[in-house]
Design a protein around this ligand. Sequence first.
Ligand SMILES: *Cc1c(COP(=O)(O)O)cnc(C)c1O
Length: 393
Amino acid sequence: MSYHADERGYYGEFGGAFIPEMLYPNCEELRQNYLKIMAEPSFQEEFHQLLKDYVGRPTPLYFAERLSKKYNTKIYLKREDLCHTGAHKVNNTIGQILMAKRLGKHRIIAETGAGQHGVATATVCALMGIECVVYMGEIDIARQAPNVARMKMLGAEVHPATSGSKTLKDATNEAIRDWINNPVDTHYIIGSVVGPHPYPDMVARFQSVISEEVKSQLLEKEGRENPDFVVACVGGGSNAAGAFYHFLDTPEVGIIAVEAAGKGIHSGESAATSALGKVGIIHGSKTLLMQTPDGQITEPYSISAGLDYPGVGPLHAHLYTSGRGEFISITDDEAMKAGLDLCKFEGIIPAIESSHALAIFKDRKFKENDVVVVNLSGRGDKDLQNYIDYFKL
Ligand SMILES: *Cc1c(COP(=O)(O)O)cnc(C)c1O
C-alpha cells in the first residue's frame, strides 16, 4: 500500500481537490509546477541554505535521559522548538515563499486561527520583501493580541473576517475569495497538510526535512537510521507528516499520531478527529472531519490553539483507516501535566500542542530498548499565559 499522494492527490480514498470552478486555474498552475520546481537544484540549494542559516537547521535530536529513565525506554526529542519563530511551521512557509517567487507571484495571502501560521508567513514575507495579507477571524484577533502585534511588526496587513463565527473557517473563506479575485499575482500559503491537492503533498515534502534529519542523527547516535516509534501531535498534521515522512514505507517503524481529546473524547468539547470524524469535505479535501449527522462541521475544542481543528489532513485519515498509524487521544489535563513534567525533567518548556505527544508515555508502554522519537513541534513561550492560568503560577 502507498502512503504517498497519487498524481490526483489521493491517499487511499482521501484527498483530491474539491474546489469551486473559479479556483481551478490557481490550483492547476501550482499542481503542474510544484514537483518540477522543487526538483530544481537551485530551488533545493536556496531552500536548504535558508533552513540552515535562517531557521537554524538541522535542529538537534536530543536524548532525554531523565525522561527516558522515568518511562524506562529511550526517548529522543526532535527539537523543532528551536526553529526560528519557535515551531516547525516556518519550514513550510520558507518552502512556499520560494515556490511563489518561482511562479512569479508578488503578493502572499494566508489564513490563520491562533496566529502562529500568520506569524510564520509574515516572517518569510519580510525576509523576501513581499506584500503579505493575513486573514484572521475578528474573535481570534481579539483573543490573540500578541500574534497580531507580531504580524504587524513584521509588516503584514491583518484583515479581520467578520462573517459567520468570526474564526478560522471564516478567515479561510475570505482568503479563498481573495485568491479567486487575484489569480495571477497572488500565492496562497496554506499552513498545514490540508486543503486541495497539491497542498497536502507539497507541505508534507517541505516538512519532510524533519524525518530526513532524524535518520542521519539516529544513525550517528544509535547506529541505525530507523527508530522503533515516531510520535507527533496532529492538528492539521504538518509536523506529524514531516516527522513520519521518511518512515511511512518502513513498516518496522511504528507511527503514533496524537490528537487532542480536549475535556474528553465524548465530552462534546474535543478535537479528536479520528475517533469522532466521519468522511466529508473540508477546505477542498476529502478527509475525516467532525460533523453533525446532517453534515454540519462541529466546532472543535482543545486547550491548545494549534490542535483546535475539526479535520485532519488526508494523509492522516489514510494512516488511520488503513491501520498504518496508531492514534491516541490526550485530554487537556493530561497534556498540561506532561508539559510541566518536561520542564521539571529536562528544562524544556514545550508548546501545549507538543505536550500532547509527550503525554502518551503515562499509559502507552514501550520496551526498555525501544527508540522512541517524539517530535517536539514548538516551544511554550506563546503558551505562558495558559500555563499560568492552568497551574495558578
Ligand atoms: C500549529 C502547530 C501545531 C499543529 O499543526 P500541525 O499542522 O498539525 O503540525 C503543532 N504544534 C505547534 C507548536 C504548532 O504551532
